[in-house]
Ligand binder design. Structure first.
Ligand code: IMP
Ligand code: MG
Length: 196
């Protein structure tokens, strides 16, 4: 039996690098939100690892909440249309909301979520993403207040990022071996990219 780590071709960010960067982001957020209580909002499940580490590194009081979404027949990459299957538990009107993302790729998911949240009249609304893949951006107007790392156009797993629900628990972020994508995935690896 092979271990999940054997399916990794290359580690892009080690556990230590991620920890250091998450602390830097937390410091910036703590500075910007001094005297406020931001509400960290994430989409299940990819951003959960990042959100929990980020929240624990914050020096300001903080609350967390979650949404869950699903895509319509795999067409999200083109349309950005996603369906909300779990809404937030709390009201966000008048709150300082930070949308915490694992990775922003085309930006369509984040764009959809921003519109949804903005309609509820929060006091402020910003994006914090651990990873940013700007080369694949379709929604070019997306304003990212906090970003951890820029990443290349390669399929990544670990620290919350999955391939078919696996590898999320890896403590580092790495590139999956081509043969793993080829064996388990379909026709082209790129098709695996936009799954939320
Ligand atoms: P976007 O709407 O294209 O920006 O989609 C972003 C979502 O796609 C992320 O929240 C991830 O769930 C997923 N995603 C994008 N790139 C990767 C990757 O390299 N590995 C795993 N999931 C990814
Ligand atoms: Mg995600």
């Amino acid at each position: 039996m092979t271990a999940p780590v054997d399916d990794i071709q290359e580690v892009l960010f080690t556990e230590e690098q991620i920890t250091r960067r998450v602390r830097e982001l937390a410091r910036a957020i703590s500075r910007d939100y001094a005297d406020r209580t931001p509400l960290l909002v994430s989409v299940l499940k990819g951003a959960v690892y990042f959100l929990t580490d980020l929240s624990r590194a914050l020096a300001v009081p903080v609350e967390i909440d979650f949404m869950a979404i699903t895509t319509y027949g795999g067409t999200k990459a083109q349309s950005g249309v996603v369906r909300l299957i779990k809404d937030l538990d709390v009201e966000i009107t008048g709150r300082d909301v930070i949308l915490v993302e694992d990775i922003i790729d085309t930006g369509l998911t984040a764009g959809y979520l921003l519109r949804l949240l903005q309609a509820r009249a929060p006091a402020s609304l910003r994006i914090c993403t651990l990873l940013d893949r700007p080369h694949r951006r379709i929604l070019e107007t997306l304003d990212i207040a906090y970003r951890g790392f820029d990443v290349p156009d390669r399929f990544l797993v670990g620290y919350g990022l999955d391939y078919r629900e696996r590898y999320r628990h890896l403590p580092f972020i790495g590139v999956l071996k081509d043969e793993v994508l080829a064996v388990r995935a379909a026709p082209d690896a790129a098709a695996a990219l936009p799954e939320a």
